[in-house]
Structure formats: C-alpha cells, structure tokens
Design a protein around this ligand. Structure first.
Ligand SMILES: NC(=O)c1ccc[n+]([C@@H]2O[C@H](COP(=O)([O-])OP(=O)(O)OC[C@H]3O[C@@H](n4cnc5c(N)ncnc54)[C@H](O)[C@@H]3O)[C@@H](O)[C@H]2O)c1
Length: 323
C-alpha cells in the first residue's frame, strides 16, 4: 500500500479518481488533486469536498482546478512527485460518437501534457494511465488477453488507445515508468450517472421504464470499484509493470438481461423494461482474461456482482432521498 508519498491524481473529482483519493488520504499520502470539474455530470465537486472535509488543505492535499489540455497546472506544483495516477478524460463511448474532435483534443492532449510534465521529475516511480477495455472493440476471441488485436469502434476508444501508444513511446524513448490499466466497466457507489447500472437503478427507484439497447444478451464484464483501486495500487508497487498494459476486470461477465433481473431482485420493484435499437459504439461482449495481472501484479478481484450491486443500490437510494 502506498504510504507517506506525494501523489498526483488527475480527474480526482471523478468516479474512480475520488475513490482513489479517499483511500490514499487514509494512508497519510500528500495528494495533488487536478480536475477541471467539467459539466459532463454534476455533483462531483460536492462529493470531493465531502471526502476532503476530514483532511487539511496544504498539509494533506491541494486541489488544482485546471484544464490539463492547457499547461497552467505545471506552475502550481512545487513538490517532488513519487506517483501519478492519470484518470482525467472525457469518458463515455456514446458521447464521443458526435463529439469526436472534442474527445480527441481533451483526452490525447491531456495525456501528452501529463507525460511531458512527468519527464521533468526525476523521482517519479510510476505513472498509472487509465485505459479501457474498449480498445479491443468487438472481440475476435474471448476472454481477451492483452495481446488481442486493438480494433476500437468509437472516438473515445481510439483516444484511450492513442494514450497507450504515447505511454509506450515515453517508456521506450525516455524510460518513463508508465503502466496502462485497461478497466472493464467499473461500477459502485459514486458510479458515473451515464453508465448502465447507475441509469437502471435510477429508473427503477423512480418506477420508470428501463430501455435496454439490443437484445440484452450482450455480455459485460462489470468490475467493482474497490477491485479496480486494488489493481491500480498493485500495479504501482511493481517495477515489472513499467511499459506494460494490464486488463483489470472481474473476468466473470454476465448478460444485461441477467443484470436487470438481479437489480429488480434488489430493488423489489415491478419490472418495466423495453428493448430498443443497439447503439453505435457498443460492443457485443466484454470479457477480460486477467492472467497477466494475476501473475505479475497478484491482482485478484474480490467483490461479486450481487454484493457490488447492493452497495451501489444503497448509495444511490440514499443520494436520491437527499433531493
Ligand atoms: N468508469 C469506467 O467504467 C471506466 C472504464 C474504462 C476506463 N475508464 C477511464 O477511467 C478514467 C476515469 O473514469 P471515470 O469513470 O472516473 O470518469 P469521470 O468522468 O467520473 O472522471 C473523469 C474526471 O476527469 C475530469 N477531466 C476531464 N477532462 C479533464 C481535463 N482536460 N482537465 C482536467 N480534468 C479533466 C472530469 O472533470 C472528471 O472529474 C477515465 O480516463 C476513463 O476513460 C473508466
């Protein structure tokens, strides 16, 4: 576990970044939290403030409110950095279909700026780059190992793959210790509201009809947030992960129809479901082979879908009752 380190987290106000922030603060690290608090969805600023309220600004953390595509953030960091977790990105496969240029500019320039900044820091031990299972596109075989061909089918997925290519370049040419982590659909408390599990619970709780894209038989490798956080920290602790990419998934996919059944069991609401056209950019199956992460990082996902869904449901139910 990382302890007493100086760590940059980009995208710290987001879903995954805020969970890592919470864990690393508990372990006495000094955090430099960078986010532009974009308006893709709301509430992230208040949630980050709630986490930080137990700690002291300047002593335990600083918040830098900057857009990483500009280089202004650099002038605000006066510390020697041990680790960087780079999460900042415009997420969302569907959003990216109509906003290809915006997503390209945001995700790729931010990533290059962070890697360029890291080059100037001699002490950096690791940069963890948040990549995505979407780099594989529609799998030719499953479960997908890291060598599976990369056939992204959305601008978002292309931007994530491009970040990996830059990670490879900076590792090869400058020995920058970067590791790319390919996350499989992450869920849990504070989950992004545009993601399927969040949307489904939201509709169920409001007794609204749920729309399922396609037949609902598409398989998804849902991965609980704490397992992703563990995988990220394990990757940082191993020198052998430099210049490598790892799948972080549950390796236990279920169909969207089965997911919905489990969710209705938890919510105890009457089922209201309709099927609509499959969306552009959606793949038919995500299914991770995590042998590489198991062997090299000792990664071992712990939270099964029933437990993870229950945790997210309880959080979402509480959030809804606040409004
Ligand atoms: N959630 C998932 O299932 C999933 C799956 C695969 C990969 N990922 C990747 O993990 C990372 C985090 O995802 P998330 O679900 O937490 O998303 P999120 O949208 O909740 O968090 C991203 C954060 O980055 C910030 N941001 C965006 N562009 C920025 C910029 N130019 N400068 C500064 N801040 C900026 C946003 O304000 C937001 O707080 C992303 O890189 C995403 O591509 C997520």
């Amino acid at each position: 576990m990382l302890k007493n380190k100086t760590i940059i987290i980009t995208g710290a106000a987001g879903f995954i970044g805020s969970h890592l922030t919470e864990i690393l603060l508990k372990n006495s690290n000094f955090l430099i939290l960078i986010d532009n608090f974009n308006e893709y969805y709301l509430g992230k600023e208040e949630r980050l403030e709630a986490i930080l309220s137990n700690y002291q600004s300047n002593k335990d953390y600083i918040v830098i409110r900057e857009d990483l595509t500009k280089k202004l953030f650099i002038n605000k960091i006066h510390h020697e950095i041990d680790y960087i977790f780079h999460f900042a990105a415009q997420a969302g496969v569907r959003y990216s279909i109509n906003k290809a240029a915006e997503v390209t500019q945001n995700n790729i320039i931010s990533t290059v700026n962070i890697f360029e900044y890291a080059l100037k820091n001699d002490k950096i031990q690791k940069i963890a780059y948040a990549s995505s299972s979407s780099v594989y596109g529609n799998p030719i075989y499953t479960p997908c190992d890291e060598d599976h061909p990369k056939n992204p089918i959305s601008p978002y997925a292309v931007s994530k793959l491009c970040g990996e290519l830059y990670a490879d370049y900076y590792y090869r040419e400058y020995s920058l210790p970067i590791t790319s982590l390919r996350f499989y659909t992450v869920y849990g408390p504070r989950g992004r509201p545009d993601m399927s599990i969040s949307k489904f619970f939201n509709f169920m709780l409001k007794d609204k009809e749920i729309s399922i894209y396609g037949t609902g038989e598409q398989l998804r490798d849902f991965t609980y947030i704490s397992d992703i956080i563990n995988g990220l920290i394990l990757a940082c602790e191993k020198d052998a992960s430099n210049g490598e990419a790892f799948n972080l998934g549950s390796s236990n996919p279920i169909s969207v129809n089965d997911l919905i059944e489990k969710m209705y069991t938890i919510t105890n609401k009457p089922k209201k479901v309709k099927y609509i056209d499959k969306q552009q950019g959606d793949v038919d199956i995500t299914y991770s082979n995590i042998n590489k992460a198991r062997n090299l990082l000792k990664f071992s996902p712990k939270v099964d879908i029933e437990e993870g869904l229950m945790n997210q449901y309880q959080w979402q139910n509480k959030e809804l009752s606040k409004h």
